[in-house]
Design a protein around this ligand. Structure first.
Ligand SMILES: [Zn+2]
Length: 288
């Protein structure tokens, strides 16, 4: 009698909670290894997007982060409805991320130095900047100003949040105003540009660091490639709006892998001087 073996279809998919396919090199990456590698592909170096919480965990000295203004949440003063009402989008994003909005800010230590830090979360409505994100970046800058310590902002955002209209655009001015006070006080501000940093976020606080540090291959720019090409009616150069292109054109000062980012920021904080520096002349000299 022939032996009947149970039929097993070839497995075409992997359990999503165990494996992640690298969008760059198509390698299947074991999630535990990926997490250990700071969510960077060990084969090709692709930097996956990470949440604000993961970012803060990676950068700050363990157990030092104290979040501020956790409860700030956007309202819907415009009664904005696109394919669905803005409040519905907010609730969905809040349920998906467990956060009230796309930014997290607070105080912590990096390499033993106290800093004010704000991180944006692309997973919350594309990290878009509405009144809450703008307010948190502003409060982080004000917190750095009051405590006389450096500021770090890690951006990952598609730009201004269209559902908040002019209120979102007003955040550009507000954040820049707060950063200007830091500049006048000679306090260091380091901007970290992760993938993607575009639109109104790039057009305001993300581009204004004393040092602008980008992650490899991060998409960075104002308008999208299609709009840019249409505006200048020319074909765009290869690698347009990637970190390396911006570095070669002077918009970005450093490109740093995620594994080196923490040490790099600690070094920059040390180089940019003691937090106590209030000499306006040295401050403006440093900003060139
Ligand atoms: Zn890869």
């Amino acid at each position: 009698m022939p032996l009947t073996l149970p039929f097993r279809p070839r497995r075409e998919t992997y359990p999503p909670d165990m494996w992640t396919k690298c969008p760059s090199c198509s390698e299947m990456l074991f999630n535990k290894h990926l997490a250990k590698n700071l969510r960077v592909c060990g084969t090709c170096g692709h930097h996956f997007r990470i949440s604000a919480k993961a970012r803060l965990d990676q950068l700050l000295d363990p157990g030092t982060f104290r979040e501020r203004d956790e409860g700030l949440a956007s309202r819907d003063p415009l009664g904005f409805v696109d394919s669905k009402p803005y409040p519905d989008r907010l609730v969905a994003a809040q349920l998906a991320t467990g956060r009230r909005d796309a930014a997290t800010w607070g105080f912590g230590a990096l390499g033993g130095r106290r800093v004010a830090i704000c991180a944006l979360d692309f997973g919350f409505m594309g990290g878009s900047m509405g009144s809450v994100v703008g307010e948190k970046v502003t409060r982080a800058a004000e917190g750095a100003f009051v405590e006389h310590i450096p500021l770090i902002v890690v951006s990952a955002s598609g730009g201004a949040r269209m559902q908040e209209g002019t209120l979102a655009l007003m955040q550009l001015v507000k954040t820049i105003g707060a950063l200007e006070r830091l500049r006048a006080a000679g306090l260091p501000y380091i901007s970290v540009l992760a993938d993607p940093t575009t639109g109104g976020v790039f057009a305001s606080f993300a581009a204004l660091g004393d040092v602008n540090v980008a992650e490899p291959n991060a998409l960075i720019g104002f308008a999208g490639a299609r709009v840019s090409a249409g505006t200048i009616a020319e074909e765009l150069p290869p690698g347009f709006q990637r970190a390396e292109f911006l570095f070669s054109h002077g918009f970005v000062d450093r490109i740093v892998t995620r594994a080196d980012l923490r040490d790099e920021l600690a070094l920059l904080l040390a180089l940019l001087g003691p937090a106590g520096a209030t000499d306006a002349a040295s401050g403006s000299a440093r900003r060139g």
